[in-house]
Design a protein. Structure first.
Length: 84
């Protein structure tokens, strides 16, 4: 299982709006989840090969946010990624 995070970039903030578990590499499920994501402006999605929401958010922070002087807000579950 993998964790799919869906969200959007607004300015320098990546906001995670939805998280779900998917079978590794299941393109059909991933595309359906992204297509059906609520809210206009949903423009970011990434599958992480981890089994928990918290680990996926931490990876999103490390891979997409930390080095860009940006911030990550987890509206899906409220997890605060560790900066270290």
């Amino acid at each position: 299982m993998s964790t799919l995070l869906i969200g959007r970039w607004l300015g320098d903030t990546l906001t995670i709006t939805k998280s779900l578990h998917v079978t590794d590499g299941d393109r059909n499920s991933i595309e359906a989840a992204v297509r059906d994501a609520p809210g206009a402006g949903t423009s970011w999605a990434c599958e992480f090969d981890v089994d928990t929401h918290q680990r996926a958010v931490q990876r999103a922070y490390e891979e997409f946010v930390r080095d860009e002087d940006a911030r990550l807000v987890d509206d899906a579950e409220g997890y605060e990624p560790s900066p270290a």
